[in-house]
Design a protein around this ligand. Sequence first.
Ligand SMILES: C[S@@+](CC[C@H](N)C(=O)[O-])C[C@H]1O[C@@H](n2cnc3c(N)ncnc32)[C@H](O)[C@@H]1O
Ligand SMILES: Nc1nc2[nH]cc(C(=O)O)c2c(=O)[nH]1
Ligand code: SF4
Ligand SMILES: [Mg+2]
Length: 210
Amino acid sequence: MYSVKEIFFSLQGEGAQSGRASIFCRFAGCNLWSGREQDREKAVCDFCDTDFIGTDGQNGGKFETAQALCNFLQEFWPNNSSIPPYIIFTGGEPALQLDQDLIDCCHEYGFEVAVETNGTKPLPSGIDWVCVSPKADAELVITKGDELKLVYPQALAMPEKFASLNFRHFYLQPMDGPARQLYTKEVIDYCLQHPKWKLSLQNHKVLGID
Ligand SMILES: C[S@@+](CC[C@H](N)C(=O)[O-])C[C@H]1O[C@@H](n2cnc3c(N)ncnc32)[C@H](O)[C@@H]1O
Ligand SMILES: Nc1nc2[nH]cc(C(=O)O)c2c(=O)[nH]1
Ligand code: SF4
Ligand SMILES: [Mg+2]
């Protein structure tokens, strides 16, 4: 059974695939924060911008089987498209629920599958695009993938710690919150001094879309 907070069709707002039409499937729950505001300051990950508690969001719910979830997901894709549905599994932490059955089922449906993960839990094999976003001092077990997208700054997770990992793209994403403008300037400076890294803005927030 899969517990899904919300499902929506939007443009990927972040990182190397930004601008791409995508079906977002946001799983409920995370291993680095309960999602409750009263627990935020003692959480391992304390800057999260997302509500991932429960299954009460838009198109959220519990799905008994991978087939049931895939059937529902494909309805969000424009039906005249020659491009296969692009599904982004996010959360919360998708690695807590994403299993081999679901990935295989997605591929049987012809989907291209991406994941946004904190990298602390193993993933099923065959995911087409793996984006890892390391958190504070949480141990990283996914050390290779397509895109490493680090929220900046995090005192215990500065870019130097990750620059030698096996990823195709390295992004810094300014931490959203009261100091976002300052952090954006700092990221620009860092990228100018360290050209391995690229700036990732959260375009969906600027655009006011999901
Ligand atoms: C809500 S998380 C869900 C996926 C997974 N748990 C993770 O952390 O990668 C989706 C993306 O948003 C980023 N993010 C979360 N809060 C943010 C914030 N306040 N500012 C910028 N990016 C943030 C995460 O680092 C991650 O790349
Ligand atoms: N448009 C849009 N792009 C995104 N990229 C990653 C997101 C996420 O919350 O995982 C996200 C999101 O919530 N919306
Ligand atoms: S790991 Fe991801 S979902 Fe969990 S609290 Fe941090 S940003 Fe939010
Ligand atoms: Mg988001």
